[in-house]
Design a protein around this ligand. Structure first.
Ligand code: GDP
Length: 187
């Protein structure tokens, strides 16, 4: 997909609202701090579109962006962060799960972003497994590859890929913009 225009559509608190959306949707999901906002901003060439934030988990709403007047990018709240209390966490998980796995959703693709430097966490792999089990078209974005030393790069990435259960993946750095155009063509 060549991204020619992107505007903020709306912030949605109740996932049931998403089920009323008739446009095709591409969903972005990832733990807080993996670079999800940076990635959306880079893809849409708009620095402030998705809010980057120093505080993990600040984005509690589902933000949607209208791309090329016909597709929605859906920015889901980060999962698996420690700073919120359990009740809030449960609500967030619930909200994410309802939208991702409930009936009648129209997402064409799920972009699951991981931090290559940290490697896939238990939460990341759990989410990947759930997505694969429910037969979603999932693409794993391995972000922050600029942080990996050249000397260990091959082994480091190989170890990660082995954990991805054959999910399609792409190596990306939003800092150096490596892999961004290739990712755009896969959307
Ligand atoms: P989000 O919480 O997933 O939306 O993550 P952000 O986009 O807010 O990014 C979290 C932090 O990671 C910020 O300090 C970014 O500058 C940094 N970051 C994002 N992508 C990259 C990357 O590719 N390389 C490096 N080195 N840092 C990155």
């Amino acid at each position: 997909m060549k991204i020619q225009s992107a505007t903020f559509a709306k912030g949605i608190v109740n996932p049931h609202e998403m089920l009323k959306e008739t446009l095709p949707q591409i969903v972005f999901i990832g733990r807080s701090n993996v670079g999800k906002s940076s990635l959306i901003n880079l893809l849409t060439k708009q620095k402030g579109l998705a809010r980057t934030s120093a505080l993990p988990g600040r984005t509690k709403e589902i933000n949607t962006f209208l791309i090329n007047h016909k597709t929605l990018f859906v920015d889901l709240p980060g999962y698996g962060f420690a700073r919120t209390n359990e009740t809030e966490r449960d609500t967030l998980y619930h909200r994410i799960n309802e939208y991702l796995f409930g009936p009648n959703q129209r997402h064409a693709k799920v972009i699951l972003i991981m931090d290559t430097y940290v490697g896939p966490t238990k939460d990341d792999l759990e989410m990947l497994q759930l997505l694969q089990e429910s037969k979603k078209s999932v693409l794993v974005v391995l972000n922050k590859i600029d942080k990996i030393k050249k000397s260990t790069f091959r082994n480091h990435v190989q170890d990660i890929v082995e954990k991805l259960a054959h999910a399609p993946h792409i190596l990306v750095s939003t800092k150096t913009k490596t892999g961004i155009r290739e990712l755009e063509s896969l959307l």
